[in-house]
Design a protein around this ligand. Structure first.
Ligand SMILES: Cc1ncc(COP(=O)(O)O)c(C=O)c1O
Length: 427
């Protein structure tokens, strides 16, 4: 194959990747990594929007590695903050002896988040943040049922699975996951009007007297990058208020500038009762949080030495330092605003792809876009073809028929355009 990128040196995957594939196949649960002759590559290093594999091939990353590397891979300020913190204190004592850096992060989050969302449970992964939010809703309302959306992805731990909208993740574990959630259709702005979407919500939710909370992604990410009609989130807010239901916004994917706003709910001026954040929060270091308004969080019993909800790594000092540095980088580079501006260019370029027969829909906002193709097989083919030409892409959507495009917010415009040209050619 002719290599478009000088940076791609030979066949993908290269010889070192092929050797490592064999080792991985032998020692990792076969459920984890899909291995084939064309996919994946073993990453060795990454900087900004460039990833280098173990064979020395360089790729443009259009995924931010699941939406994490918004400030760029190995952002130097984040690396410096982690290094400094690691030299001073790598690990603290969760809920027993706190640290200054944790306290500073909690205060910073309270100033950053809108509308008095100021009391936090820190955690490590997105799923854990969702679990903390669900537990908080149960504690605050003394109810234990939820409203969630079809296509929703809130993580794969058992608690998070109770509000999953993707059946294949739940089905094998059905016996462990309580059937307490009412699933609603997530309204796709390209297919349903606001009026129909709100009527659908009222109809499908039914009797809400036992419902603790409604959990919603303001823009469904793994579900295929689906945007609700403008005004829908504000309607959900009113819907919850009228019924005494808490509103949980899962901003794990959409938060920290991804959609052109600090948080996607900001676009509609909506303030949830609880927000879940993670992914980009630590710039690559695993840290997440559930943040609530004080009247809700303060229903938890006061700790008298034994927390009802905590974990060994809660508020890990390196994670807190990484998150503080990441927030500073987002601010310094005006990255939410950059996501909006560059996102306009990205969106208009992607919309041109609708001219191709195999493109069904293009949707998104800021630096979070999905290109829906005719089939998952077609999306799979494109992902592999562009990889061979130096571009890393992900598939999304319950069926896998969507190309998900979520580049680092710091990506050079010319690099982005180059990567989009390659996608266009492979379509
Ligand atoms: C919206 C949303 N919530 C929760 C999660 C789960 O996060 P994690 O994989 O860190 O557990 C994800 C992960 O993709 C996500 O996109």
């Amino acid at each position: 194959m002719k290599n478009e990128f000088e940076a791609v040196r030979g066949a993908i995957p290269g010889p070192r990747t092929a050797a490592l594939q064999e080792q991985l196949a032998q020692y990792e649960s076969q459920n984890v990594t899909f291995l084939s002759d064309e996919f994946p590559v073993f990453w060795e290093s990454a900087s900004g929007s460039t990833v280098t594999d173990v064979d020395g091939n360089r790729f443009i990353d259009l995924t931010s590695a699941f939406g994490v590397a918004s400030v760029g891979h190995s952002n130097p300020s984040v690396v410096a903050a982690i290094t400094l913190q690691a030299n001073a204190l790598m690990h603290g004592m969760g809920d027993v002896h706190p640290t200054e850096v944790r306290s500073r992060l909690l205060e910073r989050l309270a100033r950053l988040l809108p509308g008095g969302l100021s009391k936090t449970f820190l955690a490590t992964t997105g799923s854990e943040a969702v679990e903390a939010a669900l537990k908080t809703a149960v504690i605050a309302t003394a109810k234990h049922r939820f409203l969630a959306y079809r296509g929703a992805y809130h993580g794969l731990s058992l608690g998070a699975l109770t509000v999953s909208g993707i059946e294949k993740f739940v089905e094998p574990f059905r016996g462990l996951v309580p059937h307490e959630t009412t699933l609603l259709d997530y309204p796709d702005a390209q297919r349903i009007t606001l009026g129909d979407a709100t009527a659908q919500l009222e109809r499908q939710a039914g009797d809400c007297s036992e419902i603790a909370a409604l959990i919603i992604e303001p823009l469904q990410g793994r579900g295929g990058c689906i945007l609700p009609p403008k005004g829908y989130l504000a309607h959900v807010r009113r819907f919850c208020d009228e019924r005494g239901i808490l509103m949980i916004a899962d901003e794990i994917y959409t938060g920290f500038g991804r959609t052109g706003y600090w948080f996607a709910c900001d676009a509609e001026g909506v303030i949830p009762d609880i927000v879940c954040i993670g992914k980009a929060m630590g710039g690559g270091f695993p840290i997440s949080a559930a943040v609530a308004r004080p009247p809700i969080m303060d229903v938890w019993p006061l700790s008298t030495g034994e927390a009802l909800h905590t974990s060994t790594y809660l508020g890990n000092p390196m994670g807190c330092a990484a998150a503080l540095a990441t927030i500073e980088e987002l601010e310094r580079g005006h990255l939410p605003q950059r996501a909006r501006e560059l996102g306009d260019l990205l969106g208009s370029r992607l919309e041109r792809l609708l001219a191709h027969d195999n493109v069904v829909a293009v949707r998104g906002r800021g630096m979070m876009w999905g290109v829906q193709l005719r089939s998952a097989a077609e999306a799979d083919r494109v992902v592999k073809r562009v990889l061979a030409r130096g571009v890393i892409l992900l598939q999304a959507g319950p069926a896998g028929d969507v190309l998900s495009i979520t580049p680092p917010l710091v990506i050079d415009e010319s690099v982005l355009i180059r990567a989009l040209d390659i996608i266009k050619e492979e379509l």
